[in-house]
Design a protein around this ligand. Structure first.
Ligand code: DQA
Length: 157
């Protein structure tokens, strides 16, 4: 049985270097911090009667273990795998264990306008949707999409 937003939070995972959001290449990633992004996600989920479990790690294995946790306990996953998007078969394999769980991949920057090596994402092979180039607002779009895929209707304007 798929979990709903009433039963379980949305897991929001952030990969390496995103702890430095706001300080890191602000010309590419903007001036909002990861705490600002978390607040945005909390608000976006609340509009669907849901909540979020917001995490960041610089370690691939920790992200893999959190995906395993989401497989059992969360209503869906929003993931910005950061540089691991372009390298990690392990994260793709972990997501592929999550049968039926809504997964949306988000990138703050438009990875398709950047270096060639950023154009390919392993995670996109599993993601139900991909949002790139919308700045941190992309996280709110991703939360809305996961909420919709998890069967929730918007409860607030
Ligand atoms: C990113 C894009 C990746 O290529 C990069 O390695 C990141 C952030 C983004 O949000 O635009 O760390 O995922």
């Amino acid at each position: 049985m798929p979990r709903t937003l009433a039963d379980a939070p949305i897991m929001i995972l952030n990969g390496p270097n995103l702890n430095l959001l706001g300080q890191r290449q602000p010309e590419i990633y903007g001036s909002d911090t990861l705490a600002d992004v978390e607040a945005l996600c909390v608000k976006a989920a609340a509009a669907y009667g849901g909540s979020v479990d917001f995490r960041q790690s610089n370690h691939e294995g920790e992200l893999v273990e959190w995906i395993h946790e989401a497989r059992l306990h969360h209503a869906g996953i929003v993931i910005n795998p950061a540089a691991y998007s372009h390298t990690s078969v392990a994260i793709l394999d972990a997501l592929n264990t999550c049968d039926g769980l809504p997964v949306v991949e988000v990138h703050i920057s438009n990875i398709h306008q950047r270096e060639q090596f950023r154009h390919h994402s392993y995670v996109s092979l599993r993601a139900d949707g991909v949002i790139a180039g919308c700045g941190v607002q992309g996280y709110a779009f991703a939360v809305e999409r996961v909420a919709t895929l998890a069967g929730a209707a918007r409860t607030e304007a």
